[in-house]
Design a protein around this ligand. Structure first.
Ligand code: GNR
Ligand code: NI
Length: 168
């Protein structure tokens, strides 16, 4: 197992679109193990493979209080979204120190493959629904700051670039 390096906004590799996983083999199982370790180490409640510069459709999530319920989503797809919207103050391991409200559908039905290769369907609401949508956005090359105004995006970009220079 290994803690992987997380790409930081505004790294252009965060905007690559990930390709579907074709075969769940030892390489994918190792990637999932390393992503879980990276997420728990950070600590975060989710991580998409894009964030560790692997452009394949793999997501790990654990929204449980005691960090004991790892959920793995391979090739996740949103089948349906709720009618209602919810606002949630989001953060991202690729955008450290920035927290901003984003509005998204309040429920989603997601279909994915588990680590065993078996398809499953899940209905999510609340924080899990937010997190699943945030992670699938990453796989599609989208970072949550892209829901904010251009002005805010510019400010966040400058702030993080300055931070990176100072810690170089
Ligand atoms: O750890 C995380 N917390 C979080 C809080 C509110 C909305 C979304 C998230 S996901 C984030 C981890 C991350 O960056 N996943 O891509
Ligand atoms: Ni994120």
């Amino acid at each position: 197992m290994a803690v992987l390096r997380i790409l930081r906004y505004p790294d252009e590799r965060l905007h690559k679109v990930a390709r579907p996983v074709e075969r769940i083999d030892e390489r994918i199982r190792q990637l999932v193990a390393d992503m879980a370790e990276t997420m728990y180490d950070a600590p975060g409640i989710g991580l998409a493979a894009t964030q560790v510069d692997v452009h394949e459709r793999v997501v790990v999530i654990d929204v449980s209080e005691d960090r004991s319920k790892l959920q793995v989503f391979i090739n996740p797809e949103i089948l349906a979204s709720g009618e209602g919207l919810q606002r949630y103050e989001e953060g991202c391991l690729s955008v450290p120190g920035i927290y901003e409200e984003v509005e998204r559908p309040d429920r989603v039905t997601v279909r994915a493959l588990g680590l065993d290769g078996e398809p499953f369907t899940l209905e999510a609401e609340g924080l899990l629904a937010v997190c699943i949508q945030h992670e699938i956005d990453h796989l599609n090359g989208r970072v949550f700051v892209q829901y904010l105004s251009r002005l805010k995006q510019g400010r966040i970009r400058s702030r993080l670039q300055k931070q990176d220079r100072e810690t170089a």
